[in-house]
Every structure is written in C-alpha cells, then in structure tokens.
Design a protein around this ligand. Structure first.
Ligand SMILES: [Zn+2]
Length: 282
C-alpha cells in the first residue's frame, strides 16, 4: 500500500535521524526480510556502517553508507519504520521484524504485519544496475516533463491506468494515486494509453504530480497499517477525490463516484468528469 507519497514522508522524517549516525547493532528477527540471504549475515554486514544519505527512488528507500554499500528497503504492503528515541517506552510488538540501534542510543524499528517487505544490502556500484531495469521515470523529478510522460504512454494499447501503475515505466504511483491523478486529469482509467491527445497528456502530467504532492503534503494516507516514523497517521485519506468513495458525490460535478475494475485493480472514477471516449469530452 505505501506509494510514493508515503515512502517520501518516511524518508523526510527519518533523514535527520539517520544521516551521520552509525548502525551500532542490527537485529533481524524475520528471515523473510532478507531472503534468500541469511539474516544474521546481513545484520553483521550492516553493523558499524555509517549513514551518509537517505534517499528514495520510486517506492524504494535507499540508505547510503560511507563505505559505498547501500541498504535498499521496500515496504511492500504493510511495512513501516518507526524511530524510538527511548523517551517513551515502546510497547512490545510481535510485528517488529528488525531493529537498528543507532550510535546515539535511539532505535529504528521495522514493523510489517503481512511480511512482504524486503531489506537488501547492495555492494558499491551495484545499485544502479539493480534499480534501472525495475524502475522507470521519477514523476516528481524536474526532468519529468509532459513530453517524457508522452514517451511513456506512446504506442501503448493498454489502459492508461495500467501504464501509469507499471513501475518500470513510472516509478512510485500505485492504485490510490493513479485513481486520484486520473480524476484530476478528467481521463477515464480504461482509455488506451497511446490514444491520449497532447492536451490530455499534459493534463495527466499535471494530475499525477498534483496528486502525489497532495499526498506528501498530508504525510501520506493511513488506511490501515501505514504510519509515519513517530507512530502518527497521514491524513490524505480525508482528501481523496475518488479512491474508496463509491456512491459519494464527485467534488467537481456531484455525480456519484463509480467503482469498476481496471488494470486488474479496484478503480474509482467519476463517470461524468472522466468519460470513456474522446468524442464524449466537453
Ligand atoms: Zn465529476
């Protein structure tokens, strides 16, 4: 569930906590987190490493160490990171899969109910070859223009929603922000991606960026498990225009929001603002 805005919120909150600190002790409690690699071996590799940067690419968090080594974290469905400075006792929690003790005595705990998240150590020089085939354009980068989006969509007969969900084409957009972006753009989720006009492509470009930025501004969306690193919740769920709002009136035109299946996912849209044909457009 965490998408770009949730992952970016975690990054922004933890960056000042992590940068400059060393991993003093690392405890990995769940072997699924590091498989196929031995959790004790991964923990031993990480101990003593000092953090020089905490970055994000798509939905990946990237802990960069002084040695050039990297810890690549993917939260998948229900992963979250929590910083505990020891001032308030943290309740025992059997969903905590790993704990890093930093050299200032504080802890960063990784919690994951469904256990799909991953921790992968990447040796110097191996990060780009790992990420490149997996991740497409970064939608909030300055270099991501509507022309770049047009290249992503061009010639594709797949529904536009499927194309913007494809991490290898566009990194970081998931089911929530895809629906929100398409509503903002007035584009039906099942329109063939390659058939969007230049004007629609520009609208989608604006819609994607606006939806993601709105999510970041509200610290992400907390539907179930996502938490900010201080244990708090995001508030984007209160601002959704279509996602999860079946039967509720569209903010723009009052038409009840409908739910369909598109790109294999539950999809919410406004049938009036997002007609399924270019000719029906106002
Ligand atoms: Zn509408």
């Amino acid at each position: 569930m965490p998408e770009l805005p949730e992952v970016e919120t975690v990054r922004r909150r933890l960056e000042p906590v992590l940068v400059g600190r060393a991993f003093e002790r690392v405890e990995i409690r769940d072997p699924r987190l590091t498989r196929p690699f031995d959790p004790a071996a991964v923990a031993a590799e990480l101990e003593g490493e000092r953090v020089v940067a905490f970055d994000r690419r798509g939905k990946y968090l990237i802990v960069r160490f002084e040695s050039g080594r990297v810890l690549l974290i993917h939260l998948r469905m229900t992963g979250s990171l929590r910083h505990d400075d020891g001032r308030v006792p943290t309740p025992a929690d059997h969903h905590v899969r790993a704990v890093v003790r930093l050299d200032d005595g504080s802890d960063v705990a990784y919690r994951d109910v469904r256990r799909f998240g991953t921790w992968l150590t990447v040796e110097p020089g191996e990060l780009d070859p790992y990420l490149e085939p997996r991740l497409g354009r970064e939608p909030l980068a300055g270099s991501f223009t509507s022309k770049r989006l047009a290249e992503v969509l061009s010639g594709r007969r797949a529904p536009v929603k499927a194309v913007i969900l494809d991490q290898r084409r566009l990194a970081g957009v998931g089911n929530i922000y895809a629906d929100e972006a398409l509503w903002r753009s007035g584009i039906h989720p099942q329109r063939p991606a390659g058939e969007l006009s230049d004007e629609e492509t520009r609208a989608l470009h604006r819609g994607i960026r606006a939806a993601l930025k709105a999510g970041i501004a509200r610290q992400g969306a907390t539907l179930r498990d996502y938490r900010t690193p201080d244990g708090g919740s995001g508030s984007m769920q209160d601002e959704f225009k279509v996602y999860g709002r079946e039967g509720e009136p569209c903010d723009r035109c009052g038409t009840p929001i409908e739910k369909i299946r598109a790109a294999g996912r539950g999809t919410w849209y406004c049938p009036a603002c997002q007609p399924n044909s270019t000719t029906l457009r106002k």
